[in-house]
Ligand binder design. Structure first.
Ligand code: PMP
Length: 285
């Protein structure tokens, strides 16, 4: 990924893609002091750019550092990065991390670095292919108790168990893995939130120990605007046998129906279809 043409915004300037390097003694690498975002631009405009910039800054604060740019500066930097790379439909990845001044657990005086990259990542818009649904495994790892990890931050360190879980799922022939939380409740996937449909209503886990996705909140708003009831509640895995439809959602996944989670089967239907179409309209509005 590092050998490409194009530009990466790096600490305030656009630098050639291949030159956007950091030192091997960066605290962010050794101790996980790194936060990031995942966004998508549609027809040249980043969907919910401000919300992502706000979450980016909040994630850093949870990890006890400040991103040295305002929300407005970050939004402008993302737009400049898109322009410099001539991209209109793409994925956008801001990242911030502690630099290499202090090589110990404590790192109060380290420089905070910020970079923004963007690359082509087409969304899967063929709805009929989407409606076949993906298959999910059940992950061995659980989302941690919020007392043991800063689970509300989009922090790089929290993705270690996601990568392990996703690798295992792909090895076993699944698209992704559903993770339970520390109490054994249904939580989310390795990079997306999950929703179920029962008797026309949406049911989704309460986001109390995992990322309350910007797409998740968008889907909740879209559903309510369509008169679909939304219930946020505790969902135990056994209950999955009683749901009609299931979908996952996130910036990358957008709204993606699910056909199977381990032994549980779902039939992507009218509610998933309506929300795929509603989300597609919203991101292009
Ligand atoms: N959960 C996790 C673990 C994620 O990585 C993501 C993607 N950022 C989401 C949920 C969905 O968040 P969003 O809708 O803000 O992209």
């Amino acid at each position: 990924f590092d050998q490409r043409d194009g530009f990466i915004w790096f600490n305030g300037a656009l630098v050639p893609w291949r030159d956007a390097k950091l030192h091997v003694l960066s605290h962010g690498l050794h101790y996980g002091s790194s936060v990031f975002e995942g966004e998508r631009a549609y027809a040249g405009k980043i969907f919910k750019s401000r919300e992502h910039s706000e979450r980016f800054k909040r994630s850093a604060e949870i990890l006890d550092f400040q991103i040295p740019y305002t929300v407005e500066e970050l939004d402008a930097a993302k737009d400049a990065t898109l322009k410099a790379n001539n991209l209109v439909n793409s994925y956008v990845r801001p990242i911030a991390w502690r630099g290499s001044e202090m090589m110990a657990v404590a790192a109060q005086n380290s420089t905070i670095h910020v970079a923004i990259a963007t690359w082509d990542w087409p969304s899967m818009f063929d709805i009929n292919t989407k409606m076949k649904g993906v298959k999910l495994d059940l992950a061995e790892y659980c989302r941690p108790d919020p007392r043991t990890a800063p689970s509300m931050a989009k922090a790089a360190g929290l993705y270690m168990i996601c990568t392990i879980s996703k690798h295992r799922a792909e090895r076993r022939g699944y698209a992704d893995a559903l993770m339970l939380d520390w109490q054994g409740r249904v939580a989310e996937c390795t990079g997306a939130n999950v929703f179920f449909v029962k008797d026309g209503a949406l049911h989704t886990p309460i986001a109390d120990c995992f990322l309350d996705g910007i797409t998740r909140r968008t889907v909740i708003d879209l559903a309510k605007a369509r008169g679909i009831e939304v219930v946020e509640r505790r969902i135990m895995p056994d209950e999955m046998s009683t749901f009609d439809e299931c979908f996952i959602c996130g910036t990358g996944a957008e709204v993606t129906p699910v056909a199977e989670i381990a032994q549980y089967k779902f039939t992507p239907g009218a509610v998933s279809r309506a929300l795929i179409e509603g989300y597609d309209k919203a991101v292009h509005a």
